[in-house]
Design a protein around this ligand. Structure first.
Ligand code: ADP
Length: 165
């Protein structure tokens, strides 16, 4: 049976930390669906279409990946995609409490689904989409933090570029 996993997130924007989790999980599962969440409480910088587009440009070299977006409850989406596993990344203990709560509620909603946690590579443990946005906003170089297609989108959004400094 083919193993299909869903890696859900805001990806606002995708960072090198996300790409690392996607590359590594693509070696564990036959197929990984990277799914961008609609309807978050946080106000995103990028539209869902922009976030999907950045992901497509950034990870198109990985063959067993699908990029999608979804509304509503994660467990419903995972079932709809006929997946059995949710992939999440862990950076530090600060991620742990929220992730444990989310995994517990998802197990309660559907005991058939498993959540699979992957520890970040140490080199990315400080990296988050919020940090990337903060750095780009002040026109500093984000080249080491995100995949090559992403800086252009960030500087367009903020109307800036590191060369303006
Ligand atoms: P969410 O808003 O759902 O947390 P994110 O896009 O911020 O969405 O993150 C999606 C997933 O990727 C989460 O499991 C998060 O812990 C993980 N993640 C984010 N940044 C990193 C990183 N630098 N290294 C490993 N995992 C990460």
């Amino acid at each position: 049976m083919a193993s299909v996993a869903v890696y859900p997130g805001s990806f606002d924007p995708v960072t090198n930390g996300h790409v690392d989790i996607i590359e590594r999980s693509s070696k564990v599962f036959n197929k990984v669906i990277v799914a961008v969440l609609h309807n978050r409480n946080k106000e995103p910088l990028f539209t869902v279409d922009e976030r999907v587009q950045m992901l497509k440009e950034s990870i198109e070299y990985i063959p067993n990946i699908e990029i999608d977006s979804f509304n509503g409850l994660l467990v419903d989406y995972v079932r709809h995609k006929q997946a059995k596993t949710i992939v999440r990344g862990l950076r530090a203990v600060t991620d742990f409490e929220y992730e444990m709560q989310a995994a517990s509620i998802n197990r309660k909603l559907d005991p058939e689904l498993e959540t699979f946690f992957m520890m970040t590579n140490n080199q990315y443990s400080y990296l988050s989409s919020s940090i990337v946005k903060e750095v780009a906003k002040y026109e500093a170089d984000v080249g080491d933090l995100v995949p090559p297609p992403v800086p252009k989108y960030l500087y367009e959004k903020y109307g800036s570029s590191p060369s303006d400094r």
